[in-house]
Design a protein around this ligand. Structure first.
Ligand code: F6P
Length: 503
C-alpha cells in the first residue's frame, strides 16, 4: 500500500462521533474549525471534522503534494496536462507568473478603455447590453450582475445562453435595438448555441434599423482570429488567455458585461477580493486554510461517508444564482473518473452539487434533508447586511431561519412517534459574508475555485479539462448532418419531432 492509500485507510478507520458529542468533548472546536477571511466567516464546526480527521487529511494532502500543486498553479506551470496548459485564472487578479500577470493586466487595460469609450457614447447612447454566451461564458457574469447590479442606474444587461430562442426573445423584449450593445462571449468562438444566438441577435439589430450591426458587437474570446473572421473589428475584440478555463474566466474579458454594468471600480475590487483569497490559499497552513478545510469536508462526506450529493442554499436573494454557478465549477471540474495518469481514480470524485435559495427551499426540499435516507452535507451561504431597504425584520427572519436549519440538522429531536422523530447529526457548513459587495464576492468565488482545485489534488485528478461534454456535442452534429443511424428510440424521437432528417 502506498502512502496515499495508507492515508485514506487511516481516514476510513478514524473513530466516528456524533456532532453534538464532538461539541461536548472539544471546547475549542468552534475556534479550531471556523475562520474569518476576506470578510467571510467560514464555519466548519457543524461538520464531523475533528482534530484527528484534520490531521489525517493534512497527511493525505502532503502525500498528494498539495503544496507543490498549489505552487505549480500559481507559477503558471502546466497543471492541465491533458490539454498541455497552465490554469492562469489567478493571474487575472495579479497572482501568478509575472509575465502572465503583465499580459492579463494589459488585456484588462484594453477592456477598461473600451468601457470608457462606451461610457463616453462612442457607440451612441448605449443603455442595454445583450450578452450571448453559455456555460463559463455566461454563468459568472450572470451571477455577478444579478448579485451586485440590483437597483443600479448604469447599463441594463441580459444574459442569453439557451439556444431556445425564447431566451433571446425574452431578453430583447424590453430593449431598443438603437441603444443596445451586443456582446458575444465564447472562449473558442465555435460553440454552436452561441453562434446561432449571435446571428439571431444581429438580425434583431438589423430589423431594428441599426445600420452597422457588426459595429455594435464586442467579442470576448481566447480565439480573436475567429471573432475577426466572424466580422467583428479587432478594436472590439477583447481577448483572454487560452490558459484561463471557461468556468474560471469571469475575471478575464468574460467579465466585461459585469464591469460595464457595475462599473470598472467594482470590477477591480472584485479582482482584489479574489487576490486576497489567492494569498490566503497560498500562504495559510493547511489546518487554517478555508479552501483546504472545505475540501477536507467534501472528501470526508463523499469518500468516507458515501454522500453522493452536496447542497448549497443561498440565504440571500442576491446569491440565488450561486448554486448554478457552482454546479459548473465543481461538476465540470471534478466530475472525473480517472487520475492524471489515466488510471481509474478508484473512489468517488465530485458529488452532485445542487441547491436553491432559503427560505423557499425550506418549504420544498428540506424534508429530505431532515428525515430522508440520504446523507447530504449542506452549505448555508448568507450575508449579515441586507440588500434592500424594507423593514429589517425581513433580514432578521432570513438569518434566523438559516441558523435554525443548521442547528436543527445537527441536533435533531427524539420522539416516541417515528414520524415526528428527527435523527439529527446531519452536517452543515455556514459561510457568512459581512456584506455582498465586489471584494467579498471576489473572495467567495476564489474560495470556491481553490476548494475545487484542492479536491482535485486530494483525488489526483485534473480539474481543468472537460472532455466529458464532447460526446453529446458530436452526436448533435451527427444528428444535424443526417446520414447516420441511431438507436431505435432516438430515431423515433427524431422522426416524431423533426420529421426525419435530410439525407
Ligand atoms: O461544453 C462545455 C464548455 O466547453 C464549457 O467548458 C464552456 O464554459 C462552455 O462550453 C462554453 O464554451 P465557449 O466559451 O468556448 O463558448
Amino acid at each position: 500500500m502506498d502512502e496515499t492509500n495508507r492515508a485514506w485507510a487511516a481516514l476510513e478507520a478514524a473513530p466516528r462521533a456524533a456532532l453534538t458529542a464532538l461539541f461536548a468533548r472539544e471546547p475549542g472546536r468552534l475556534g479550531a474549525l471556523s475562520l474569518d477571511e476576506g470578510g467571510i466567516r467560514f464555519d466548519f464546526s457543524k461538520t464531523h471534522l475533528d482534530a484527528g480527521l484534520v490531521a489525517g487529511f493534512a497527511a493525505l494532502a502532503r502525500h498528494q503534494d498539495l503544496a507543490g500543486a498549489r505552487d505549480a498553479l500559481f507559477a503558471g506551470n502546466i497543471v492541465n496536462p491533458t490539454e498541455g496548459r497552465a490554469a492562469e485564472h489567478s493571474a487575472e487578479r495579479g497572482q501568478g507568473a509575472p509575465e502572465s500577470v503583465a499580459r492579463a493586466s494589459a488585456l484588462h487595460a484594453r477592456m477598461r478603455a473600451l468601457i470608457d469609450a462606451i461610457e463616453a457614447e462612442a457607440f451612441g447612447p448605449i443603455r442595454h447590453v445583450i450578452h450571448i454566451g453559455i456555460g463559463g461564458s455566461a454563468l459568472g457574469p450572470d451571477f455577478l450582475i444579478d448579485a451586485l447590479g440590483r437597483g443600479s442606474d448604469r447599463y441594463e444587461a441580459a444574459i442569453v445562453s439557451n439556444v431556445d430562442a425564447a431566451a433571446l426573445e425574452e431578453a430583447v423584449a424590453g430593449f431598443d435595438p438603437q441603444t443596445t450593445l451586443l456582446v458575444i462571449a465564447s472562449k473558442t468562438f465555435t460553440t454552436s448555441e452561441t453562434m446561432l444566438n449571435a446571428r439571431s441577435a444581429i438580425a434583431w439589430l438589423e430589423d431594428g434599423g441599426v445600420e452597422d450591426p457588426y459595429g455594435r458587437i464586442v467579442a470576448l474570446t481566447a480565439a480573436p482570429d475567429k471573432a475577426i473572421e466572424f466580422g467583428i473589428d479587432e478594436t472590439r475584440v477583447l481577448p483572454f488567455s487560452e490558459s484561463v478555463g471557461g468556468r474560471y474566466s469571469l475575471w478575464s474579458a468574460i467579465g466585461f458585461p459585469a464591469a460595464l454594468a457595475l462599473g470598472w471600480e467594482a470590477f477591480e475590487q472584485l479582482l482584489e477580493g479574489a487576490a486576497a483569497m489567492d494569498r490566503h490559499f497560498r500562504l495559510a497552513p493547511l489546518e487554517r486554510n478555508a479552501p483546504v478545510l472545505a475540501a477536507f469536508v467534501d472528501r470526508y462526506y463523499a469518500n468516507i461517508r458515501g454522500a453522493e450529493t452536496r447542497a448549497v442554499f443561498a440565504y440571500d436573494e442576491r446569491l440565488r444564482l450561486l448554486p448554478s454557478y457552482l454546479q459548473q465549477l465543481e461538476m465540470e471540474s471534478d466530475g472525473k473518473s480517472v487520475k492524471l495518469d489515466g488510471s481509474p481514480v478508484g473512489r468517488a470524485t465530485a458529488p452532485i452539487t445542487w441547491g436553491g435559495v432559503g427560505t423557499d427551499a425550506q418549504h420544498a426540499v428540506f424534508q429530505l434533508l431532515h428525515q430522508g435516507t440520504h446523507l447530504v452535507p449542506v452549505e448555508f451561504v448568507a450575508a449579515i447586511e441586507p440588500g434592500h431597504s424594507y423593514d429589517e425584520e425581513h433580514h432578521r427572519q432570513l438569518l434566523i431561519n438559516c441558523f435554525a436549519q443548521g442547528a436543527a440538522l445537527m441536533a435533531g429531536k427524539a420522539s416516541d412517534d417515528p414520524h415526528r422523530s428527527y435523527p439529527g447529526d446531519r452536517p452543515s457548513t455556514t459561510i457568512l459574508l459581512d456584506r455582498i459587495d465586489p471584494p467579498t464576492l471576489g473572495a467567495l468565488l476564489a474560495f470556491y475555485e481553490h476548494r475545487t482545485f484542492a479536491n482535485a489534488v486530494l483525488l489526483g485528478i485534473n480539474p481543468f479539462d472537460q472532455y466529458g461534454v464532447e460526446l453529446g456535442k458530436e452526436m448533435a452534429k451527427s444528428i444535424d448532418g443526417g446520414g447516420m443511424d441511431f438507436d431505435p428510440s432516438t430515431e423515433a424521437l427524431i422522426e416524431k419531432a423533426l420529421g426525419g432528417l435530410d439525407e
